[in-house]
Write a protein that binds this ligand. Structure first.
Ligand code: KIV
Length: 269
C-alpha cells in the first residue's frame, strides 16, 4: 500500500480574508502570544491570529498597552508565527512606532515580517494614519487599521470609553480603507455604529465590543478562554473556565506531592 500522504494545510491569505466579506462569511480572529496557545487556536480553525499589544497587559502585567516594545512584539510574534499553519497572523505595531514618521514605521513593520513568520501588521488610527498605511501597503506589507477605541490613546481619550461619533468612525475607517488597509478593527462602539461602518466599507470590519453587525469578531484569547485573572470587559463571553481548571489541577498536584501520592510507581523509572 502506498504511504498515506500528509494532508497539507494552506494558510489563509489577505485576499481570501477580504473575499470572505462579499461571500457573507463571518471572520474569526483571536489574540495569541505564545507557541502553545497559538498552536491550539490555529488547529481549532480560527481565521486570523493577532499578536496584540494587549500582551503588555495580558502577559506582562502592565496597566495599559503602552509599555510593550518592538523587540518584545517581535519576540512573541516569532513564537506565534512558528506555530500557525492556517491562520493569517497579524502583529500590532507598538506605541508609538507609527507616530515616528513613515520611514520608521516601514522599517519596523519590515522587521516584523522579516524576523517573524507573520503576514500583516495592525496599527491604531484612521484618517491620521492614512499616509503611513499607504506607505506600508506600497512596500508590500498588508495593514489592518484600528478605529473607535484606540487603547494606545487611552490617556488622550480619557479612559476605555465607548466611542459614539458615527461621522468620525466612518471618516477613519474609510480613510484606512482608501489608504489600502485590507481590514479594520472597530473597537468599543454601539452595535448600530458597528453595523453602519461595516455597511459603508468594502473591506471587512473586525469588531470587538462593536456588536453583531461587523464582518468578523476578535477577542483577547485569555478573556474568551476564562483565563484572565483581573478585569474582563462586559462585551466578553467566556467559552471556558481555564483559569479555575488550572487552579484546581495545581491544588491537586500540590496536595499529592505534600502527601506523597505523586510520583507513584506509574510515573517513576
Ligand atoms: O492588542 C489587542 O489585543 C487588540 C485587540 C483588542 C483588537 O488590539
Amino acid at each position: 500500500m502506498p504511504p498515506k500522504k500528509k494532508r497539507s494545510v494552506s494558510r489563509l491569505t489577505v485576499p481570501q480574508i477580504v473575499a470572505m466579506k462579499s461571500a457573507g462569511q463571518r471572520i474569526t480572529m483571536l489574540t495569541a502570544y505564545d507557541h502553545t496557545l497559538a498552536t491550539l487556536l490555529d488547529s481549532a480553525g480560527v481565521d486570523m491570529l493577532l499578536v496584540g499589544d494587549s500582551l503588555a497587559m495580558v502577559v506582562q502585567g502592565h496597566q495599559n498597552t503602552l509599555p510593550v516594545t518592538l523587540e518584545e512584539m517581535i519576540y512573541h510574534a516569532e513564537m506565534v508565527g512558528r506555530a500557525s499553519k492556517r491562520a493569517l497572523v497579524v502583529v500590532d505595531l507598538p506605541f508609538p512606532i507609527n507616530h515616528q514618521g513613515v520611514h520608521q514605521t516601514v522599517v519596523a513593520a519590515g522587521r516584523i515580517l522579516k524576523e517573524t513568520r507573520c503576514q500583516a501588521v495592525k496599527l491604531e488610527g484612521g484618517a491620521d494614519q492614512a499616509e503611513v498605511i499607504s506607505a506600508l501597503v506600497t512596500a508590500g506589507i498588508p495593514v489592518m487599521g484600528h478605529v473607535g477605541l484606540r487603547p494606545q490613546a487611552v490617556h488622550a481619550m480619557g479612559g476605555y470609553k465607548v466611542q459614539r461619533d458615527l461621522n468620525q468612525l466612518i471618516t477613519d475607517a474609510t480613510a484606512a480603507q482608501d489608504a489600502g488597509a485590507f481590514a479594520v478593527v472597530v473597537e468599543c462602539v454601539p452595535a448600530e455604529i458597528g453595523e453602519a461602518v461595516s455597511k459603508e466599507l468594502r473591506i471587512p470590519t473586525i469588531g470587538i465590543g462593536a456588536g453583531a453587525g461587523c464582518d468578523g469578531q476578535v477577542l483577547v484569547c485569555n478573556d474568551m478562554l476564562g483565563l484572565t485573572t483581573g478585569y474582563v470587559p462586559s462585551f466578553v463571553k467566556a467559552y471556558a473556565d481555564i483559569g479555575n481548571t488550572i487552579k484546581s489541577a495545581t491544588k491537586k498536584w500540590c496536595a499529592d506531592v505534600k502527601e506523597s501520592r505523586f510520583p507513584d510507581d506509574d510515573h517513576s523509572f
